[in-house]
Each structure stands twice: as C-alpha cells, then as structure tokens.
Design a binder for this molecule. Structure first.
Ligand SMILES: Cc1cc2nc3c(=O)[nH]c(=O)nc-3n(C[C@H](O)[C@H](O)[C@H](O)COP(=O)(O)O)c2cc1C
Length: 350
C-alpha cells in the first residue's frame, strides 16, 4: 500500500498517506466497547504518528487515517484483521501534503442514540459529519449567515482544524449545492447566494500559521478564477491560506484568457492557481483551460511559474491535471500553500 505514491513523493518527506474506509460492525458495540477501542487506538496511533477520525453510526464504521506510509500500512493490516467489523470497503487512498486531523490521535464522532443505554457515553460525541453537512447546505440555501457562522465557530471551538472544516464541510457543501442546482432543487441565484454564504463562513475559519509556512514568505502567487468562471469560493478561501502563510497574494477574476495572461506578465508570480467552480464539475472547461495554461507558460518563459488548478473537476478526478498541462491539481483547498511552496522551490533548483 502507498508504495508507488511514496516513490513519487520521495522529495517531499512530509507528505502523509491517507486512507478512508467503511465497514460494518459484527456486533452492536456498547459505548464502553467503543470507548475502550478508541482509548487503545489513540495510544497506538500516537506512537505511530498517525492521526484520524472514526465515525460510528447505524452499525457502520467510517474511518479516515493519515500518517507515515509504513506506519499506516502496519496499522491497516491490524485493522483489517479485527473481528469487530467486516465488509471493509476502501473509499479513498492517497498521499497528501497536509493532515486533516493534525490535532487528533483519533477523533471519535458518533451518535449516542445508536449506542445501547446504560453504558457511559463516549466523549466527545458530536453528531455525524453527514448530518452537519446537510444542515450547512440548508443554512447556505436559506442565506442564514448568522447560524452558518455560529455553526463553523462551534466546530473550531471543538478543536476542528481549519483544514478539516474546509475539507469535510465547506467543500462538500459547495458540491452539494452544485448537485442541488443540477437536480433542479434550487435556482441559479440560490446557488450563487449559497456559495457566497459558504465563502463568508470559510473566511471565519482561523488559520494557524506553521513555522514551515512562514519560511515561504518570499513567494508571490496570483490566485485567479478560470477566465469567465463566476464561482470564486475556492480562490477567495485560498487567499486567506496564502496570506497567513506569508505569501504575497494578488487576485484576478478575469473575463478572458488575455486578461489573465496580461496580469501574469505584469506581475511575474512564482505560482498561479487557476480555479474552476467548487460546485459544478465544468467538464466543458477543460479545452479552454489547457489553452490558458499553454499561453501563460509562454508569457512566463523567462520567469517560470508553477501552475496549479483546482475546483470540483479536479477534486473528483485529479488526473485531469495532466490533460490541462498544470504542474499541480489540488484535490481540495487544504495544504495548497505548503505544496506550492515545495513546487516553487523545486522549480528554482532546476
Ligand atoms: C473500526 C475499527 C477501527 C480501529 N481503529 C484503530 C486505530 O485507529 N488505531 C489502532 O491502533 N487500532 C484501531 N483499531 C483496533 C485494531 O484493529 C487492532 O485491534 C489494534 O490496533 C491492535 O492490533 P493487533 O491486534 O495487531 O495487536 C480499530 C478497530 C476497529 C474495529
């Protein structure tokens, strides 16, 4: 597991392996059983430098684990052998530049009403992520910014990192809004308002600068929406992340490819991120994006610029990055400033 990815990222030793799976509990665990499982798991995860989350709901487990590839592989073979669950199905397996659960050896999330009464409740026990997501989407569609901000602030108070809030709530909520529009459950105006609500909530997320990110302060990035793209959620939220990491940030919301390439030739950024919608898949935009990237490379020939792309299209199919000629496709917003700093450093060494 993870060996090929380890090869690819051997120049980036801080990358972690991430694994998400679901499984069925073989017997309904009591709260005390789960408590014991998690207490032991936390101790082992801490010793292995593994972090993650475990959800238990309606007889199903959902777990995300992240950590050094070898340690995670060893843990994964223990978990697969565990008779307390079966029908294990891996949902995703990839390498990532940053952890989602850096503060959690294992965050347990579940519903107390799924657990037999009489046993001590597991702590902390907030409701499951899917339920939060549904509520977030409803608040965004109702343009209830007060409730939405309060909800995000409550997660931050519970210890969710900004990366976890973006990856588990804000980005999936944007995609859910896109699906609601595609399924005719909301109007285009509802979608636009909903996305701007998520944007506001996302701005309220606190980024904690790491010593690594402060080292990147000499770099300059142009954060742009793809030419003509009206949805700017990801681009604006990246601005918070890059500013906190000490980058010099310029923004562009160009109407045309020419407007974008003009801005690039005037500013000579070290990196440019071109964002498609986080709500809609935008498959039709691939050819245009390829041409935009080709032209921006010509402009930047004497000052090489790392080109990153993002949006729902890439979150769902990262390999599309190759087809548009970008150096990097972000599968989400989390960790982008760290990854782009690495790519800029590598491009300077060439
Ligand atoms: C759903 C589920 C999730 C688990 N998650 C972890 C975990 O994150 N870390 C951990 O050390 N053990 C976890 N365990 C327990 C392991 O499967 C295993 O019992 C434990 O690591 C001891 O390993 P060993 O039996 O190989 O000594 C989990 C078990 C189940 C059923």
């Amino acid at each position: 597991m993870f060996e090929s990815e380890t090869q690819v990222h051997q120049d980036a030793p801080d990358w972690v392996a991430c694994l998400t799976y679901k499984s069925l509990a073989t017997a309904a665990p009591r709260a005390s059983d789960l408590d014991l499982l998690v207490t032991k798991a936390r101790a082992r995860n801490r010793s292995l430098d593994v972090t993650g989350m475990l959800l238990f709901e309606e007889g199903c487990f959902l777990q995300t684990l992240e950590g050094p590839p070898k340690a995670l592989a060893a843990l994964w073979s223990s978990i697969q052998r565990d008779s307390r669950h079966n029908q294990i199905e891996v949902l995703s397996e990839h390498m990532a530049a940053a952890r989602l659960f850096s503060d959690w050896d294992l965050l347990l999330d579940g519903r107390t009403d799924d657990l037999p009464r009489g046993a001590a409740p597991v702590s902390p026990v907030p409701p499951a992520v899917a339920e939060h997501l549904e509520r977030l989407v409803a608040l965004a569609l109702n343009a209830d910014d007060m409730a939405l901000n309060a909800m995000i602030a409550a997660f931050a108070d519970q210890g969710w990192t900004s990366d976890a809030i973006l990856t588990l709530l804000i980005e999936p909520a944007a995609r859910a809004l896109g699906d609601a529009w595609l399924d005719d459950h909301c109007s285009e105006i509802d979608l636009t308002i909903g996305l701007s609500m998520l944007q506001m909530a996302g701005h309220a997320v606190r980024y904690i600068p790491s010593p690594r990110s402060i080292r990147n302060s000499r770099y300059r990035i142009l954060l742009a929406t793809a030419p003509g793209e009206k949805h700017m959620l990801g681009t604006t939220l990246l601005a918070d992340q890059f500013l906190t990491a000490g980058w010099q940030v310029d923004m562009a919301f160009p109407e045309s490819e020419e407007a974008l390439t003009n801005q690039m030739s005037a500013q000579h950024p070290d990196a440019v991120d071109i964002g498609l919608s986080d709500a809609m898949p935008r498959h039709h935009a691939i050819a245009q994006l390829r041409s935009t990237i080709e032209h921006s490379r010509l402009i930047a020939s004497e000052h090489p610029t790392v080109v990153s792309v993002g949006g729902r299209l890439f979150a769902e199919a990262a390999a599309t990055a190759l087809s548009v000629g970008a150096d990097h496709a972000r599968q989400g917003l989390a960790g982008t400033s760290i990854r782009l700093a690495e790519l800029v450093q590598q491009s300077r060494k060439r």
